[in-house]
Design a protein around this ligand. Structure first.
Ligand code: HEC
Ligand code: HEC
Ligand code: HEC
Ligand code: HEC
Ligand code: HEC
Length: 379
């Protein structure tokens, strides 16, 4: 039964079935992350705070009102891809708008299997444990820590597991974090993270996606939405260049472009201050890959920072009255979506969809943060 999957060659092929005929306990057969949590608590506690747990999101589901159900399932290919997470019918897809509206929290934080939330369809748990670890009821995972042994491993629950080293490699993430080259816009697919990584020193050093995003196998999946995580990937400081001051940013520990997606915007602000601390002149620069839709996707600009690259941001033509420069780096992780949600809300919308998109817009504002802040005296 496991043979077709044991080599993992077809692991990401549709449909990703979890159905099974094992004579295990109900708990071992249960595909909910809350069930896995009964025995794998530490993975659950990290994962539930990650965006993978929120992938069945109001910003996505709010768009289903105007889609056919095939297109909805296309989105779920990355956001909730198990066979049992997909929509059977268009009605099921439309009903999901109301269900999500009424149940804003997809997974039950208390891991209580008896609670009402445990009755929500499995798709509410998004990119959940079973998406990455279960096919035909069988568990797949990396070899035991410190071991190289692959294949069937005995264990005290769910028939043990099938160990495979692919779990430790970047390609494991490619199915959802890399588009094929045939989708390229100006030479680069909209999602190009794995390729960017391959071209960086990190692939030569053997540093995989997991090395940074799952340190010590922890299921945190932190990214640009996390200020401290983003900060430790960069070296940022001011430098004096003759009579000028510049902000220097180097990408030291990011395994791909900063940012890797077309959705975030990183804006560097500089402000000239006078003796009264009043702002008398401002400058700004963006790190972004900006695309727009006009008879297909088009690229407007790509100013992102690549691994090991250093860039200087230097205000010039500084007014005489200025005595200080104030530098700030602002990060808008969901910048592209903010614009999209706003334009959706300008039109008449189905009522549940409108509530969901408003919720997504509000969250996207709450996620904006200041990454760096420094005031320097002018020489
Ligand atoms: C009744 C307890 C129990 C439940 C419920 C359970 N597991 Fe396990 N799991 C275990 C045990 C025990 C092992 C074997 C650990 C070992 O010997 O290294 C294991 C092993 C694993 C492994 C392999 C770990 C490795 O080293 O690669 C994965 C992956 C896994 N489980 C995933 C899951 C997922 C996903 C779920 C929910 C769908 C789940 N388990 C539910 C007890 C459980
Ligand atoms: C190839 C995988 C893939 C497919 C297919 C996909 N997404 Fe996503 N989506 C992602 C990833 C990865 C992110 C996180 C990175 C980002 O912000 O772009 C994301 C983020 C999002 C977000 C912002 C975060 C959130 O959940 O609120 C929305 C909204 C979204 N997708 C909607 C959609 C919709 C609608 C579709 C179908 C038309 C879709 N996605 C299809 C991979 C995918
Ligand atoms: C996006 C995919 C993904 C999701 C979702 C995910 N995992 Fe994992 N998991 C992995 C990968 C990849 C590894 C191996 C990491 C490595 O080797 O660095 C792993 C490792 C593990 C291990 C072995 C840990 C160890 O210390 O040896 C267990 C157990 C496990 N996962 C359980 C879970 C459970 C339970 C959930 C849900 C709460 C979950 N995983 C969600 C991808 C995932
Ligand atoms: C050397 C460490 C490192 C490696 C290797 C790495 N990342 Fe990242 N990643 C980061 C840091 C730091 C951030 C936060 C800054 C940023 O967004 O670029 C990040 C951000 C992200 C984001 C957030 C979205 C965005 O637009 O930036 C995603 C998604 C992501 N990484 C996926 C991956 C995948 C997939 C791989 C493997 C192909 C990978 N990362 C390899 C460090 C790393
Ligand atoms: C089944 C599809 C799928 C797989 C496999 C997958 N991801 Fe994701 N990932 C997503 C989606 C969808 C999102 C966006 C969730 C949202 O916000 O709606 C995401 C978000 C993320 C983020 C959050 C970035 C941010 O903006 O802060 C990181 C980091 C990440 N993934 C890393 C990984 C790594 C590393 C792996 C491989 C071990 C992996 N993912 C495997 C679908 C996937």
């Amino acid at each position: 039964m496991a043979a077709s999957h044991a080599d993992m060659n077809h692991y990401w092929q549709q449909p990703k079935a979890t159905s099974q005929q094992h004579n295990w306990s109900a708990l071992e057969k249960n595909m909910r992350p809350e069930a896995c949590a009964q025995c794998h608590e530490s993975q659950f506690n990290d994962w539930k705070q990650s965006l993978h747990a929120e992938a069945f999101s109001p910003g996505m589901v709010g768009q289903f009102a105007t889609m056919d159900h095939g297109s909805g399932n296309d989105c779920l290919r990355c956001h909730a891809p198990l066979e049992t997470q997909l929509f059977d019918t268009a009605q099921a897809m439309l009903a999901s708008l109301k269900t999500l509206r009424k149940n804003p929290i997809g997974i039950n934080q208390d891991a209580d299997l008896q609670s009402q939330q445990a009755d929500l369809p499995l798709r509410h748990s998004g990119v959940s444990c079973a998406v990455c670890h279960v096919r035909q009821g069988l568990r797949f995972g990396p070899p035991r820590l410190g071991s190289d042994v692959q294949g069937q491993i005995k264990g005290d629950a769910h028939g043990g597991f099938i160990a495979n080293k692919r779990f430790e490699q970047s390609n494991f993430c490619a199915e959802c974090h890399q588009f094929p080259q045939s989708y390229a816009i100006n030479g680069k697919p909209l999602e190009n993270t794995v390729m960017e990584w391959q071209q960086s020193k990190f692939s030569q050093l053997g540093k995989q996606c997991q090395s940074c995003h799952m340190p010590e196998r922890r299921h945190q999946f932190k990214g640009i939405h996390d200020k401290d995580f983003t900060r430790q990937g960069l070296d940022i400081h001011t430098v004096q260049k003759g009579e000028y001051i510049a902000l220097s940013i180097t990408s030291t520990n990011i395994g791909h472009a900063f940012p890797t997606y077309v959705t975030p915007l990183v804006r560097i602000h500089a402000m000239a201050l006078d003796v009264q601390q009043q702002t008398i002149k401002t400058w700004h620069w963006d790190l972004v890959r900006e695309v727009y839709y006009d008879d297909g996707w088009q690229e407007k600009r790509d100013t992102r920072l690549f691994p090991d690259e250093t860039r200087l941001f230097m205000p010039t033509d500084i007014p005489e009255a200025a005595i200080q420069l104030h530098f700030q780096i602002e990060v808008k992780p969901d910048h592209f979506y903010q614009g999209m949600y706003q334009s959706l809300l300008e039109d008449d919308m189905q009522q549940d969809a409108q509530v969901l998109i408003k919720r997504a817009l509000k969250t996207s504002y709450q996620r904006v943060y200041i990454l760096y802040d420094e005031v320097r005296k002018l020489p």
